[in-house]
Ligand binder design. Structure first.
Ligand code: SF4
Length: 260
């Protein structure tokens, strides 16, 4: 199938009677009309009315640690290690009291654990020294923490503080480009485009829907189009079916038992 034509979405001016010299809003490319995007996310919302992230945590601090540990690791692998860790260290001070060496023992099954242990101790120290042991609620402050990048900050802002963000991981980056929903060369570009093309009322859950869709259906090596609820709308050149799967609510996710 040839690449579908990308549509240009331009945000209308808030007051069309007022003539201003401001530059027009930046155009955003997507292969889908407003109605198609609405329908895509409506179907995701029927499948998963309350999508959840699969990283186990008990408070904003343990969420920051879990997300920092999850780089290049599976959520299931991180959960296995953190279940015991968070029983003894669920605050920045307790993490510092535990110390880097013992922390390494808890997380040694996770890839890059030495570096990650260093970062977790350093970020715990910064939280204690500069943030009164509280996880900050702004992206600017979160990304100052060692080992916390924009993606981690977005996950924390969404899951811990209820803000609508788009944490672009490998699944979201792949889907946005594969189906031409919000194509971009970098995660930041995809994030900015998705924030514009996802219908506002679906934005809060959108990153979880896309991650789970990528993890369980639109998989990296071979998308399972015959199991996909948006197969009739999808404009991916890679798709292998035009018939959408039945639209039903999926069984509740089993946290920590996800298979990549
Ligand atoms: S139809 Fe296939 S390629 Fe398109 S979103 Fe579904 S699984 Fe992905």
């Amino acid at each position: 199938m040839a690449n579908p034509k990308l549509k240009t979405v331009v945000k209308p001016s808030q007051n069309s009677n007022v003539i201003t010299r401001r530059k027009p809003a930046a155009a955003v490319k997507t292969a889908y009309s407003v109605a198609e995007r609405e329908e895509i996310f409506r179907r995701f919302s029927v499948q998963r009315p309350e999508p959840r992230g699969e990283l186990e945590h008990t408070n904003p601090f343990t969420l920051v640690v879990a997300v920092a540990l999850s780089a290049q690791a599976t959520d299931a692998g991180v959960n296995k290690a953190t279940r015991a860790l968070f029983k003894v260290a669920d605050t920045p001070q307790k993490m510092l009291d535990l110390g880097e060496e013992k922390l390494r023992d808890y997380i040694k099954t996770i890839g890059l654990y030495r570096n990650k242990a260093k970062n977790v101790i350093a970020l715990s120290k910064m939280l204690v020294d500069e943030f009164a042991a509280q996880v900050p609620e702004t992206r600017e402050k979160l990304v100052r923490l060692p080992g916390v990048g924009r993606k981690t900050a977005n996950v924390v802002l969404s899951m811990a503080f209820g803000q609508a963000t788009m944490a672009v991981d490998t699944h979201i980056f792949r889907i946005a480009n594969r189906i031409r929903l919000a194509p971009g060369k970098t995660p930041d570009e995809v994030e900015a485009r998705l924030m514009k093309v996802v219908p506002k009322h679906y934005l809060y859950h959108a990153h979880h829907w896309l991650i789970l869709h990528g993890r369980y259906t639109c998989k990296a090596r071979r998308p399972e189009c015959e199991r996909c609820v948006i197969a009739d709308i999808c404009k991916s050149p890679e798709k292998s079916s035009d018939i959408p799967a039945p639209l039903v609510e999926l069984p509740p996710q089993v946290i920590g038992e996800a298979v990549e």
